[in-house]
Write a protein that binds this ligand. Sequence first.
Ligand code: 5AD
Ligand code: SF4
Length: 511
Amino acid sequence: MPPRSPVKLALLFLLFGYLCQLDMNEPMLNMKRDTIHDENRQGESYAPVCDDPVEYSRKFYIESYGCQMNFADSEIVASILNDSGFGVTRNVEEADLVFLNTCSIREKAEQTVRKRLTEFRKIKKARPGMLVGMLGCMAERLKSKLLEEEKLVDIVVGPDAYRSLPALIGEAEGGQKAVNVLLSREETYADISPVRLDSNGVTAFVSIMRGCNNMCSFCVVPFTRGRERSRDARSIVDECRDLFEAGFREVTLLGQNVDSYYWNPLLSDPNNQDNNIGQLHHPVTFAGLLQMVAAISPLLRVRFSTSHPKDITDEVLLAMAGHENICKYIHLPVQSGSNRILQLMNRTYTREWYKAKINRIREIMPECGISSDIIAGFCTETESDHADTLNLMEYCRYDMSYMFYYSERPGTLAQKRFRDDVPLELKKSRLEEIVKLQQDMSLQSNQNDLGKTFKVLIEGDSRKSADHWMGRNSHNKVIVFPKKENGLDKGDYVKVNVKECTGATLIGEMM
Ligand code: 5AD
Ligand code: SF4
């Protein structure tokens, strides 16, 4: 991996916060909370670089939607654009290029982006030279339709084609249609140093693989992000070490299905060139990768997302248990509690198998935080299937969940095979019951922490008050606590005793 340029290092520290938070209006009644799939970040745009030594003559503006992978991809796009002379701005009015990094996972996500595009069209009327580009899953799904039929955008680039952005911008500037939605079996952007956008300088996301081979019947991701492929383990470790040396204290390893990470140095690099983590003679599994990253420093926390119940192994659980700095938190989406629905969803496990996984996690790490994704109202779901979901949730005692009602996506197996026959009102009322149950369980889980003391990594000021720090414990719970005059800063670890709580936040005091 090439060394970071001073500009990129400056970006790591200097990009701050974000200005524009669009209300996603997601119908899923998601519980708002800082997490891997942070709904509060939807439509995030990026701050300008203060004191950037490079004077970019042209500017780009980028907004990101969807999962954390998309936010990580925007940082790769920023790196590619910086290298071709475009500096980032959070002011769309001064941008020569406007990009939306989009999500297709539910219909509502696409509607939000369409609405945003029509707003950009108005700005474009006043500034005809401005180019609008669509990136990500929606670009992949709709391909040139957006250029030809809807005439909403000038550039369309799928998730595996970001390296061609500079050439496509050139084509679009010359008045041509600029589209590249080719999916790849190899692309991992391993050699590109992401520019950390909107960073707090403490926590960062690191992509370890791309695509998904699972074919859950409701999911559009295998079609928009292509086949699964794992990134060179050495480049992952290098990126994490660079982050640590730049002051970061937590990395989250990202993939649609991290447990199937598998990288074989002998296949990928027959010369097996030595680098600063030494030669690798064996294939690297996810458990191996976790340990390699955890070995960078005991001060660097390691998280990961997302795990698939069928793939998470004892090896991974034991690696977690064996390293204090691998966080004790697993996001293990169940999707449904009914065996019949799980089969229709092509999840390849039963509720009994899932329960056994939960038991195994708690056996190895009794205090491990566990969260889930749940879909209400999938095709043919009956009251009894729904009751199975509720009682499985109760069994698992999730600390939190992301909850959605089923949204049929074109091209998916479910759309081809099954009728989306649960009426919207029923989907919504079942979702409400699921959300209510989760809220009760989240509150209960936080109440169980009253009086306990946790090691907390300070991430910055609390949102509500600059007199309070906000951080997280290993189990991924947000803890807010008053600052004291003791020279602490973000990136520091402190012991915090929990005094109060809400369903979403622990409130404590430093020991
Ligand atoms: N409808 C509703 N929710 C969906 N998800 C994925 N596809 C759909 C869909 N078509 C949810 C799943 C997945 C999460 C990222 O989004 O719960 O785990
Ligand atoms: Fe979609 Fe299933 Fe792959 Fe997750 S594991 S991205 S839900 S197909």
